[in-house]
Design a protein around this ligand. Structure first.
Ligand SMILES: O=P(O)(O)OC[C@H]1O[C@@H](O)[C@H](O)[C@@H](O)[C@@H]1O
Length: 306
């Protein structure tokens, strides 16, 4: 990623650091093209980077400093293009299943740091975390005529686990419900796509009602990603392969070999919220250094495939 200029502006630590180790830290700095980013570091050395543009996780490293997410060398860090790689947030529409642009607009909006989020039920002890918020602009309400508050907490646990919690609230004052589809469009970094197995699945398919735990086994790296999800019944598996890779301006021709998207999603049944109601969707990622099997997804229950 050439051209990256980093300048640290603020450093702070979340409350209650572990007394026995270096405290987890949260640092605000400038990333590519001067875009604001947040760096989370936990005590054993793992880290994550989050751009406020898109509320987008662009990096997740283990305690050996190895990158676990794929980020394209051609990623364009400039609105209105969403960042190619990391974890784009698809909201309020997944793919082209609706009237909005593909994957909705949350991934190419500027999010704000949520200074005063309502309490989370989860324990934040020893975690480095940041809370972001997205509210629609006047322009947004022209394409999606609803008022909402989308709160996103991104947290890094002491073992290096990455946790994303989305809370979306309908704040319409006209009494109207709204419906949306959603995905955490996670790009995992893999050694060689031909050496990777996702419970024996094919690519570019939407799997319905999947298990809450999915394993991505990278034989060459001897690494397994474990994905745990809550409130997100479906899963999308995607790799562009060679032809589509060549057609994408923000993706290297051969980069498809080193990435795999496995996306925790709510796609088959749209989520509907009445005013005042809130939805929660949680993703937890961990990387373990061994083979692992969590059970089989059902290839018969596919919504869309190429
Ligand atoms: O290029 P985009 O808009 O980021 O979308 C990437 C891919 O996202 C996946 O989720 C879809 O299944 C693919 O069909 C799509 O090509």
């Amino acid at each position: 990623m050439s051209g990256e200029k980093e300048k640290s502006t603020v450093t702070s630590a979340p409350p209650s650091p572990s007394p026995s180790s270096v405290a987890p830290s949260v640092e605000f700095s400038k990333g590519i093209n001067g875009l604001q980013k947040v760096i989370l570091r936990e005590s054993r050395g793992s880290s994550a980077e989050v751009y406020l543009y898109g509320g987008h996780v662009t990096s997740w490293k283990n305690d050996h400093g190895e990158e676990l997410l794929f980020l394209s060398s051609k990623a364009i860090f400039k609105p209105p293009k969403a960042i190619r790689g990391g974890i784009p947030i698809c909201f309020p529409q997944f793919a082209s299943h609706g009237t909005l642009d593909q994957h909705g607009f949350a991934r190419n909006r500027f999010w704000a740091v949520d200074e005063d989020p309502p309490p989370f039920p989860t324990n934040t002890l020893n975690k480095a975390f940041v809370d972001l918020i997205l509210k629609p602009s006047e322009e947004d309400t022209k394409i999606w005529p609803h008022s909402f508050e989308y709160r996103l907490r991104i947290a890094l646990g002491p073992g290096g686990d990455l946790m994303l919690t989305s809370r979306i609230r309908n704040t319409n004052s006209d009494g109207k419900p709204f419906s949306f589809t959603f995905a955490y469009h996670t790009y995992f970094s893999v050694s060689d796509i031909s050496e990777v197995r996702v419970e024996g699945l094919e690519v570019d398919k939407i799997y319905l009602s999947t298990p809450t735990k999915i394993a991505i086994i990278d034989h060459e790296k001897k690494r397994t990603f474990v994905l745990r999800k809550d409130g997100l019944p479906d899963a999308v598996v995607w790799n562009p392969w060679d032809k589509k890779a060549k057609a994408m301006a923000d993706f290297g021709d051969d980069e498809y070999k080193h990435m795999l998207c496995v996306e925790a999603a709510a796609v088959e049944k749209a989520v509907t919220l009445k005013p005042g109601e809130e939805w929660k969707g949680r993703l937890e990622l961990s990387a373990v250094p061994s083979s692992y099997c969590s059970g089989q997804l059902d290839p018969q229950r596919v919504l869309q495939g190429s």
